[in-house]
Design a protein around this ligand. Sequence first.
Ligand code: IMP
Length: 207
Amino acid sequence: MKIVFATGNPGKVREAAEILGEGFELVTPASLGITEDIPETGNTLRANSMQKADYIYKKTGLPCFADDSGLEVDILGGAPGVETARYAGPDRNPDANIDKLLSEIARREKEAAMARTNGLSTAKANRQARFRTCVTYINEKGEHRFFDGVMEGRIAYARAGKGGFGYDPIFIPQGYEKTNAQLGEAVKNTISHRGKALRAMAEYIKK
Ligand code: IMP
């Protein structure tokens, strides 16, 4: 089945091709001549993923899907969340995003340690975090379906590994001692937020 993935992120395309496997011919917007940035102005993951899928469906009329993902860090009160891609600025620079996240967490950890020293709090800082994704699928009739996925884990103290994309060098999934970037795509896809949501989408489509 021919299906358009409404993304310009080659890392996501590689993962989705591997997760969906045979039976799906993954088409990118760029290969259809759609090279502009796909609009993403919503306040929630679902709104953004729907906006991206709607944009591509209106342009192509083909079955398509989009995902919108966010990283929630507990010590930052759930930030960056829906702002994950543009955390350090509008140019969506992954290196700058990681630098900002590590320094914000370090700052909060220092504040928490100070509060403990001063007897103002007994709370221990932790680096728990999760990736959340919402996938919107639109079929050839224009009907929408949504699929969610979550990957629990924690934020590392420094970058490790060369694989993956985005925040992968600093995200350690629950049950592992290595970052996503060290674990590699095959392992990441079996446990990731996107893996879960896209497998649910594939099952739905096959039914
Ligand atoms: P979006 O879904 O393309 O808007 O991505 C939101 C942000 O999360 C971007 O900064 C991505 O690089 C990052 N991101 C999304 N999924 C992953 C992932 O699987 N690993 C690491 N970073 C991710």
